[in-house]
Write a protein that binds this ligand. Structure first.
Ligand SMILES: NC(=O)c1ccc[n+]([C@@H]2O[C@H](COP(=O)([O-])OP(=O)(O)OC[C@H]3O[C@@H](n4cnc5c(N)ncnc54)[C@H](OP(=O)(O)O)[C@@H]3O)[C@@H](O)[C@H]2O)c1
Length: 217
């Protein structure tokens, strides 16, 4: 049976983009929100294709899914997951959170106390397994299944089984290829590189994305 995936803060563009591509390959996705009614409205407005489903509910219900993605703004991620610590215990939790600030025509990386948002989340969730993924993807292209997106998703975790599992899921999503980079030590540069991606897109008025040349899989 296909797993369910809950997305905390799933009503934003980032969460919706991941949701639509997970649903298209059969997952039952719950868009989590602080407001279940708002989340239901957002889910109902999405053009979901394929065997899977997307529905909206509270972040608590999303946290009860088999696999959970954190897609809130960086400055509310720790408070959001901390409140759900017991529900998230024993689960794989994917962080796609980037700590960034806008400065004129650039995005600049911010460095949280533990070096990355994934490490902040891991500290807040000592009983969960944290995997980083989806950081560099433009949400607008993710949401549009006809966008022609053909992107690499750089994955990191200290847990080899969890990162392999997430890699498998990413590979099953249309337009994405998973690339395991390694351990949580890589979280900081991977998250910070998102500032480069967005700054390039602002400067060049584009929706570019990351692909790594020369890989043989
Ligand atoms: N946008 C992208 O292209 C992209 C790509 C890759 C990664 N990311 C990362 O993904 C995350 C989400 O990005 P986004 O652009 O979707 O962000 P967003 O639209 O600003 O926020 C996503 C959702 O988080 C919830 N939220 C907002 N403020 C909150 C608070 N104070 N406490 C709890 N929940 C709150 C909201 O849902 P409710 O009001 O329904 O609760 C909102 O719809 C960010 O960390 C970003 O760095 C974004």
């Amino acid at each position: 049976m296909m797993e369910s995936v809950g997305i905390l803060g799933g009503t934003g563009p980032a969460g919706r983009g991941v949701a639509i591509r997970l649903a298209s390959c059969g997952y039952e996705v719950v868009l989590g929100s602080r407001d279940a009614v708002r989340a239901s409205g957002v889910a109902d407005a999405m053009s979901v294709r394929g065997e899977g489903t997307v529905r909206g509910d509270t972040n608590e219900v999303a946290a009860d899914c088999d696999l959970v993605v954190v897609a809130t703004p960086w400055d509310s991620a720790v408070a959001t997951v901390s409140a759900l610590r017991d529900r998230l215990a024993g689960k794989v939790v994917i962080s796609m959170v980037n700590a960034l600030a806008r400065e004129a025509r650039e995005m600049v990386p911010l460095y949280p106390a533990r070096g990355s948002m994934a490490a902040q989340i891991a500290h807040a969730l000592p009983d969960s397994v944290i995997v980083g993924a989806f950081h560099h993807l433009p949400a607008s292209l993710m949401e549009d299944l006809d966008s022609g997106l053909d992107a690499d998703v750089v994955i990191f975790s200290d847990d080899p089984d969890a990162r392999s599992k997430v890699n498998e899921i990413v590979d099953s999503m249309a337009g994405l290829r998973g690339v395991i980079a390694g351990s949580m030590s890589l979280a900081s540069p991977i998250e910070a590189f998102t500032a480069v991606c967005i700054s390039v897109n602002i400067r060049h008025k584009a929706h570019s994305y990351v692909t790594l040349a020369g890989l043989q899989h």
